[in-house]
Structure formats: structure tokens, C-alpha cells
Ligand binder design. Structure first.
Ligand code: BYC
Ligand code: FE
Ligand code: FE
Length: 480
């Protein structure tokens, strides 16, 4: 069988010759019913019987790997898909740089590797749980379909990590795979592992911000893990990244279309002042300052996912060759980082300032910097839309110290420019920076479902083109 093509004959589609790996095949088949139960309990509520126009991977060839068709989500063919192996691949960084990439788990790094796989795996079902009620308020069938596409792919990402656990980590891998189905986003007793994945995604603007900001953390972390010297992890993440591109698209275009509708409505009604929130809201669109607040919230929550600025975990993972840097292969240094330094923004003597730290310890910071850069590219495109329509407003990322719960700035309050605030000032001003109850109520009031093919809720502009080149009135979801 050609590695590029996916075998759809068995219960679990795959390109890893599962048919010849009886132990792992059995383990996954045993895990499968629990997964389906989880999907039925925690997946998109109210739409499990609907036919959704979804893409399914039929190959891992970057050109034309997907086929589109109507499926009921519980019948989606979640599979195990690894990007093709690179013949003779070497470990690209760390103390084992230049040695053959590992095809089995290196014993000395087993625990560290398992932890990385489990954390990655935990975020995937968490996001499905967070988004499970959004189908009911979808602004169009097009958007509903995109939500469900993201959801089934996050489900597949869970499969991707579970495959690694079942194949390479024996009994404890199996236990971790079970536990991934047991934790629940936001649950007081059994929460998901990382903070942002226990927050709510209450409305569609949050969903778009989440896919813009938080899925983009996914992209950065997957890029770092795609460098891994543990080859099966690298290949798994490489294929996940091709799916991640669509999640990023959903977020970026979702916010752009929201902004577009707001700006167009303002132009039509000759409302020039973007800060005249009441007037803008009367037009049935989300005012730009509130969109900024949502961005502040989701950006700051997502920064917490990069861990501490100074991290021995990150240093150890890099040194061991398990987790690299963003685009490691393009970086021009010794790829061992044993001697270099990296500037880290810290709180020193009550001031936020840069301090050089050992480069190895600063890897979370470095990945976060790459992430911020990537976010700014997307936000530039939002601002281009605002400028084109001619509204005097710019969306800006808040300072990295703003509203943080992990790391250097967890103990302080700042405004969005990074000026320190006392507790009292913060309490007074925070509804200026983050969505207030009133803002949330207003957004919620707009979240009325639009389920007629080709129609869109009044607060969001239609997309420029359809999915899979379908016409504007295509019925992306046949609601049952
Ligand atoms: N919440 O040394 P540190 C995605 C803990 S998103 C709670 O700085 P490290 C997706 C930390 O565990 C990408 N706890 O940590 C997106 C540690 O505890 P222990 C997901 C936190 O390891 C949208 C202690 O604090 N993938 O795919 O350097 C939809 C010391 O911290 C948090 C990954 O994250 C937190 N935010 O950095 C669907 C990649 N941060 O061990 C999917 C795998 C830190 O001392 N994970 N702690 O008990 C990693 O690479 C790292 O574990 C982290 C944390 C970057 C997450
Ligand atoms: Fe994912
Ligand atoms: Fe994603």
C-alpha cells in the first residue's frame, strides 16, 4: 500500500498499516466505543443526526488530500494519518542533533514525551466540549458547517495522540488514553489540563476569536512538536498542521466578516464615531470596541498556554530533542542553544523590562514571540478591512503582561499598554478592557440562528467564496 493513501477498509481508517499491527489495532478498537460515547455526550449538541458537508482526508499528499461529502458526524471516519516519513531523517536539535531520528520512544525520555503527548491530546476534545452548544446559534449554514468541520478534526487530533499513546507507551499509554475521555472542560473535579481549555466559548465571536488565537497556539505548538526527534510524533503533527490551516482560516475570516458587517452598517447609517457604542449597537452589529475587548480576552488567555517565560521543562524538552522551535530548520545557529541568551520580558523592581536569559530556559518565551508575530499578521488584515471601508479604528493586541494567569505577570494587573495598575484601579477599569456582563448580554442578543441556505445573521457579512467552491445558497447542513 502506498503510504500516501489511506486505508478505509477497517473500523479505523489509517495509513500506518494498522492491519498488520494486531496489538495496536485491538487497543484502538477497544478505545473506539468510549470515544463514540464521548462524542455523542460532548460533541455538537442537537446536530448528531444532521447531514453535514464535511471534508475527510483520503490521502496525506498535501495536494488534494480531502474529499467532501455529506456525513452524520458520529459516522465521520476518524482516522490515523501520519505525514510521509523522510528517509534517513536526523534529530534536528538538542544534544542528540545529527543522530538518526527515533522510531521508538527513547527510554530515558519516556515520561517527558508522554507528558507532551497527553497535554497536546487533552486540548483537542476540550475544544469540542467548549464549542458544543454553538450549532444552535449559528449565523448561517456555512458557518455551522465550518464549526462542525473544526470539531470533527479536533476529534481526529485526539485520535492522533491516542494512537501514539497506544502504540508507543504500553499500559500507561492505555490509561492516559482512557483519561483523555474522562476529563471535561470546565468541570470542577476533572477539568482539562490547561487553563484556556476550561473557559467558555459562549458565542460566535468568541468562537472566531478562539480559532484565531487559541488554534494558532495549537499551530505553534504543533510546529514545535513537528520538529521532534521522535519521528512518529513529528509525522503526526505535520499532518495535523495541514488541518489546522482551516481552523485558522475560520477564525481569521470569521472576525473579518464580523468587522466588515459592522463597518458597512456604520457607513450605511452614517455613524462615523466607532466609540458611539449605543448608536452602533442599534444597527444590530457588534461595535468595534467590543470586538477589541474580545480580542484582548482571547489573546491573553491564549498567552497563558505558552507556560512560564523561564521554563526548565521547555529547556529539557529541547535539550532532549523532543520539542523544537518554530521552523527550527530555517534558524541559523548551533541548534543546541547551550551558550546563547534570549531577551525575556520580566517584572524587575516593579518595572516591566527585558532581561537576557539563557536561551534554553527561554524557549517558551521565544515560541510566544513567534506567536505574537503571527497574530499581528492576521490582525493587519482585519485592520485593512476597517481602513478600506473608511472607519477610523484599529484593532491592537494588548501588551503581553495584560490579564495573565501564568508566568511572570500572573501576580500583577496592567492596562492593555502594560502599565501597572493597583487592584483598585483594575477593578474600576477592567470592563473597559475586557467584555463586561452588558457586552456579553448584547452579543448574546444577536446570536439568533439563521438556518435558511444562503442567508446570514445580520451581524456578519457573507464569505467571499463557498467551501469546496459551492454556490452561495448551498445547503451545507441538512438539519435533521
Ligand atoms: N495551565 O515549565 P512550565 C491546541 C504548568 S493548543 C495550567 O512553564 P512548560 C488546540 C506546567 O504544566 C496546543 N498549567 O511549563 C488549540 C508545569 O507543571 P508541572 C496544546 C500550566 O511545560 C485549539 C508548571 O506549570 N499543545 O493544540 O514549559 C483547539 C510549570 O510550567 C500552564 C501544547 O501545549 C497552563 N496554561 O509549558 C484545539 C504542547 N502552563 O509539570 C487544540 C504540549 C504551565 O511542573 N505542551 N503550566 O506539574 C507543552 O509544550 C508544555 O507543557 C506547555 C507548558 C507549553 C503547555
Ligand atoms: Fe487540534
Ligand atoms: Fe485546531
Amino acid at each position: 500500500m502506498n503510504i500516501v493513501n489511506v486505508d478505509y477498509d477497517g473500523l479505523i481508517p489509517n495509513n500506518v498499516a494498522l492491519g498488520r499491527d494486531v496489538r495496536v489495532k485491538r487497543a484502538l478498537e477497544k478505545w473506539h466505543p468510549g470515544y463514540i460515547n464521548w462524542w455523542n455526550d460532548m460533541g455538537p449538541e442537537g446536530f448528531q443526526e444532521s447531514l453535514v458537508y464535511l471534508r475527510t482526508a483520503v490521502s496525506v499528499d498535501p495536494k488534494g488530500w480531502a474529499k467532501f461529502d455529506y456525513v452524520k458526524m458520529p459516522d465521520y471516519r476518524w482516522g490515523i494519518l501520519l505525514a510521509p516519513a523522510h528517509e534517513g531523517r536526523k534529530i534536528p536539535f538538542g544534544r542528540h542533533r545529527g543522530e538518526d531520528a527515533w522510531q521508538e520512544v527513547p527510554g530515558e525520555y519516556r515520561a517527558m514525551l508522554r507528558r507532551l503527548v497527553v497535554i497536546q491530546g487533552d486540548t483537542e476534545p476540550a475544544s469540542v466540549e467548549q464549542q458544543r452548544f454553538l450549532g444552535k446559534t449559528a449565523p448561517s449554514l456555512y458557518d455551522m458547517r465550518n464549526l462542525f468541520q473544526v470539531n470533527v478534526e479536533e476529534g481526529r487530533h485526539l485520535w492522533a495522540m491516542v494512537y501514539l499513546l497506544q502504540k508507543y507507551f504500553g499500559t500507561d499509554g492505555r490509561e492516559e488514553a482512557e483519561a483523555l475521555l474522562e476529563r471535561r472542560s470546565g468541570d470542577a473535579d476533572t477539568p482539562r489540563m490547561l487553563g484556556a481549555f476550561n473557559e467558555k466559548t459562549p458565542d460566535w465571536l468568541s468562537f472566531f476569536m478562539f480559532t484565531f488565537f487559541t488554534d494558532r497556539d495549537g499551530k505553534m505548538q504543533l510546529e514545535a512538536l513537528a520538529q521532534s526527534g521522535f519521528d512518529p510524533l513529528s509525522r503526526t503533527c505535520r499532518f495535523m498542521l495541514t488541518e489546522e490551516a482551516h481552523h485558522m482560516f475560520v477564525g481569521e475570516t470569521g472576525v473579518t466578516r464580523t468587522i466588515q458587517r459592522t463597518c458597512e452598517a456604520m457607513k450605511e447609517a452614517a455613524v462615523d464615531d466607532p466609540y458611539d457604542v449605543e448608536k452602533v449597537r442599534k444597527l444590530g452589529v457588534i461595535d468595534l470596541p467590543t470586538i477589541q475587548k474580545k480580542a484582548n480576552l482571547h489573546f491573553s488567555l491564549t498567552l497563558d498556554l505558552f507556560g512560564n517565560e523561564i521554563s526548565t521543562n521547555a529547556a529539557n524538552a529541547f535539550h532532549a530533542g523532543l520539542k523544537g522551535r518554530f521552523r527550527e530548520e530555517r534558524l541559523k545557529d548551533d541548534h543546541s542553544l547551550e551558550s546563547g541568551v534570549y531577551p525575556v520580558l520580566r517584572l524587575i523592581d516593579g518595572k516591566i523590562q527585558n532581561e537576557d536569559a539563557p536561551a534554553l530556559s527561554a524557549l517558551n518565551m521565544r515560541l510566544r514571540d513567534d506567536y505574537v508575530h503571527d497574530c499581528n499578521n492576521g490582525i493587519g488584515r482585519w485592520n485593512k478591512m476597517i481602513a478600506e471601508i473608511g472607519i477610523p479604528f484599529e484593532i491592537r493586541l494588548p501588551h503581553v503582561a495584560f490579564h495573565r494567569h501564568i508566568g511572570e505577570f500572573a501576580g500583577v494587573h496592567t492596562d492593555t499598554n502594560g502599565n501597572l495598575l493597583s487592584d483598585a484601579e483594575w477593578e474600576k477599569k477592567k470592563s473597559y478592557y475586557l467584555p463586561s456582563d452588558g457586552d456579553k448580554d448584547f452579543i448574546e442578543s444577536l446570536m439568533q440562528p439563521e438556518t435558511e441556505p444562503g442567508k446570514f445573521a445580520g451581524w456578519i457579512a457573507p464569505p467571499k467564496v463557498g467551501i469546496d467552491n459551492k454556490p452561495g445558497d448551498f445547503e451545507y447542513v441538512k438539519i435533521a
